[in-house]
Ligand binder design. Structure first.
Ligand code: PLP
Length: 463
């Protein structure tokens, strides 16, 4: 009988051929490590709403949702209108445009901590810049980072990002970088206080909803405690809201949790699905970037430098402003969260019925999948996430199950990022979610049938 991998190779032969061309000239044939799929990734042709089609016209329910950026779904009419209108005029006038002023006004109106904002092109750039601003503002050199938290792929973000923690998360990071970053275990305010006590810490940066996009949900009271400690030790608090910004709520995690940081970093939803990012924060801190025309000494020695050829380019700024107009009242975020709840209920029922262990959990419109015979059989997402040990949650689905599950999901027409992480959008419907659950349940039964998970394998009828 044909296995998952036989069927995968046969069904997606066109992508395989393209990947064979790509991998000779692009390392692993992809330009983002997470898009690599073993045995080969699928190449996409087009997308609309919550669906996408590969180069051989296979259709998928797309739960990757632009790595979380497409809270308005693919091809939203208001986004396309803004994109075309700006691109028809210019893509780079080498001067500011009205679009970025409107975009900045929206950010500073919607986000609690945002009195001023500067735009860049990626979340990686945003967190790097926020660290620099914090160091300049405080005159301190150390950044405190929480272990396992993700802030992009720059050198500072690679410290204690993945185990083994003794070495940086990537080859090529010089040892001196570790000297500028102090790390603290998650969920541990006593360790945080010990890290801040020497009063040499410029900033604490963290994913407010927990590491790896909320895979280990933040415990109630943690952010409030952290806010107190950072104030006490004169340290700037930075929320990395690259995923949560404009997604958890219009004002992001800081609005949702009711804790206002000094600065925050954004990418993904803030740009409505095109490349871009932002650092926002208190005017007193962000003002360190302000040029003083009559003070060259200050500009050279005290000011924070930031450039970027395509920073706030008109296409991104126009799309970003159009996206925030749609996101400012919170209706899209609430619909996305409702759809995520629907998906959690459906998938967890399928897991329970199949007699396997694991859970689809996550906060608001974020979905995290953990599956494996070593996990408890707990269907309630909140209970599951608080019961399972953080490092097991971070592993989500272990090999060889992960490889089989990811291929089975794609064979059945449902795509989760890296096979385990998903986001809903405000244009998804209950019918979309029911279909996604049904497809996912078929994938689950396939991996059970092939012995990757213990459970009662059975065939799920097609809708
Ligand atoms: C919390 C967080 N910070 C930073 C980044 C890096 O953003 P980018 O991929 O745009 O560089 C990501 C990306 O997923 C993220 O999730």
């Amino acid at each position: 009988m044909a296995t998952i991998f036989d069927d995968y190779a046969a069904k997606f032969a066109g992508s395989h051929a393209l990947w064979e061309r790509a991998r000779k000239i692009i390392p692993s044939g992809v330009n983002h490590d997470v898009r690599y799929i073993n045995p080969f990734p699928l190449y996409m042709d087009r997308a609309q709403g919550c669906r996408k089609w590969d180069i051989e016209n296979h259709e998928f329910i797309d739960l990757c949702t632009g790595h979380g950026s497409l809270i308005l779904g693919h091809g939203h009419p208001a986004i396309l209108k803004a994109l075309h209108a700006a691109a028809d005029k210019y893509t780079h006038p080498s001067a500011p445009t009205p679009y970025e002023v409107r975009w900045a006004e929206l950010v500073t109106t919607i986000v609690p901590c945002a009195e001023m904002v500067r735009f860049q092109l990626s979340g990686t750039e945003a967190t790097m810049l926020a660290m620099r601003i914090a160091r300049a503002h405080t005159g301190r050199n150390i950044i405190v980072k929480l272990r396992d938290h993700f802030h992009g792929w720059h050198d500072y973000a690679m410290i204690e990002y993945v185990p083994p923690y003794e070495i940086p998360g990537s080859a090529g990071v010089p040892p001196c970088v570790a000297g500028a970053v102090r790390t603290v275990p998650i969920r541990d305010l006593a360790a945080m206080e010990a890290a801040l006590a020497p009063r040499d810490v410029a900033a604490v940066i963290l994913e407010a909803d927990g590491p790896a996009g909320g895979a280990v949900p933040t415990r109630p009271g943690y952010l409030q405690g952290l806010r107190e400690l950072t104030k006490m030790y004169g340290t700037i608090l930075i929320f990395d809201e690259v995923i949560t910004g404009f997604r958890m709520a219009p004002g992001g995690a800081q609005e949702y949790f009711g804790v206002t940081p000094d600065m925050a970093t954004y990418a993904k939803a803030i740009c409505g699905g095109v490349p871009g990012s932002a650092v926002a924060g208190k005017a007193e801190i962000m003002g360190d970037m302000t040029l003083r025309p009559d003070d060259p000494e200050h500009n050279r020695k005290k000011r924070v430098r930031h450039q970027g050829t395509f920073s706030a380019n008109p296409v991104t700024a126009a799309v970003g402003a159009a996206a925030l107009e749609l996101l400012k009242d919170g209706r899209m975020q609430d619909q996305a969260a409702k759809m995520a709840d629907h998906m959690r209920v459906g998938v967890n029922a399928a897991i329970r019925e199949a007699g396997v262990a694991g859970c689809l959990y996550g906060t608001r419109s974020t979905l995290c999948l953990a599956l494996g015979d070593d996990l408890p059989q707990i269907s309630d997402p909140a209970e599951f996430a608080q019961t399972v040990e953080p490092h097991r949650l971070l592993q989500r689905v272990k090999q060889p199950l992960l490889k089989a599950l990811q291929c089975a999901q794609l064979l059945e027409g449902v795509d989760l990022l890296a096979g385990t992480h998903a986001w809903t959008s405000g244009v998804m419907t209950e019918a979309d979610m029911d279909e996604a659950v049904h497809r996912w349940a078929r994938a689950l039964h396939r991996v059970i049938a092939e012995g990757y998970l213990a459970g009662k394998a059975r065939t799920v009828k097609t809708a």
